[in-house]
Design a protein around this ligand. Structure first.
Ligand code: AP5
Ligand code: MG
Length: 213
C-alpha cells in the first residue's frame, strides 16, 4: 500500500504516519525528517536545506524529488510506504506519478489531515521532536514519559528551529499557496480522503484505519 499524508504544517501528518507505518508494516518516509537528519549530521544537503527550512520556505523541487525517489527505490519500500511531507507542490506530485507509472504502480490514497490554521500555531509551540528517530511529542497533549527524553530511542527532545511563531506563520502561507492545490490534484484522481485532524490522535487514527482498511 502506498499512502500520501497531506495537511498543513502541524496537522499531525508525522504523528499519524508513524502509527500507520507500525500498523501496516511499511516504512514512514518523511522528507522533513531526512532533511533534519542531514542538518544534524552537517552534510552538504543539510546545509543547503537549512537555509530554506529556517525561513519556512520549501526546499527546491529538484533537490527534494531526487532525495525522495532515491529513498523509495530502497528495498524496504518495495511493499509500499507512507509519505509524510511529500509531495508538497504540483511538480513534485507529477514527478512521483511519472516515476511510479513507469513501473505500472500508483498511489492508493492521499489522506488529508484537516486542521484549521487557528489550531496550528498552538500545537507547534508545544511540540518537541526527536531528531534521531523522528518521534514527536506535545508538552500538553502527548507528553513523553520522561520530560525531554524520547520514549522510543532515549535521545534528547528539541524544539524545532522552524517552530517559532513567525516561521510557523510563513509555513502556513507557503502551505496555502503551494501545497493546498494538491487537494484538488488528488481529488481529480479519485484518491483523496479527508479526516478531521482536530480530534484526539487516537480518533484521527481510527478514521484513517477505516479508510485504509
Ligand atoms: P516537515 O518536517 O514535513 O514539516 P511540516 O509539514 O511543516 O509538518 P510538521 O512536521 O511541522 O507537522 P506534522 O503535520 O508532521 O505534525 P506533527 O505530527 O508533528 O517539513 C519541514 C520543512 O522541510 C518544510 O518547511 C520545508 O522547508 C522542508 N520540506 C520538507 N518536505 C519538503 C518537500 N516535499 N518539498 C520542499 N520542502 C520540503 O504534529 C504537530 C504537533 O501536534 C506535535 O506536537 C504533535 O504531538 C501534536 N499533535 C498531533 N496530532 C495531534 C492531535 N490529534 N491532537 C493534539 N495534538 C496533536
Ligand atoms: Mg512532520
Amino acid at each position: 500500500m502506498k499512502i500520501i499524508m497531506l495537511g498543513a504544517p502541524g496537522a499531525g501528518k508525522g504523528t499519524q504516519a508513524k502509527m500507520i507505518a507500525e500498523k501496516y508494516g511499511i516504512p514512514h518516509v518523511s522528507t522533513g525528517d531526512i532533511f533534519r537528519a542531514n542538518i544534524k549530521n552537517g552534510t552538504a544537503l543539510g546545509k543547503e536545506a537549512k537555509q530554506y527550512m529556517d525561513q519556512g520556505l520549501l526546499v527546491p523541487d529538484e533537490l527534494t524529488v531526487k532525495i525522495l525517489l532515491d529513498r523509495v527505490a530502497q528495498e524496504d519500500c518495495a511493499g509500499g510506504y507512507v509519505l509524510d511531507g511529500f509531495p508538497r507542490t504540483i511538480p513534485q506530485a507529477q514527478v512521483l506519478d511519472e516515476a511510479l507509472g513507469k513501473q505500472n504502480e500508483s498511489i492508493d490514497y492521499a489522506v488529508d489531515v484537516d486542521v484549521p490554521d487557528e489550531n496550528i500555531v498552538k500545537r507547534m509551540s508545544g511540540r518537541r521532536a526527536c531528531l534521531k528517530c523522528g518521534a514527536t511529542y506535545h508538552v500538553e497533549h502527548i507528553p513523553p514519559k520522561q520530560e525531554g527524553i524520547c520514549d522510543s530511542c532515549g535521545s534528547d527532545l528539541v524544539l524545532r528551529d522552524d517552530d517559532k511563531p513567525e516561521t510557523v506563520q510563513n509555513r502556513l502561507k507557503v502551505y496555502h499557496e503551494q501545497t493546498q492545490p494538491l487537494i484538488e490534484y488528488y481529488t481529480q484522481k479519485g484518491i483523496l480522503r479527508t479526516v478531521d485532524g482536530t480530534m484526539d490522535m487516537e480518533e484521527v487514527f481510527r478514521a484513517i484505519v477505516a479508510i485504509l482498511g
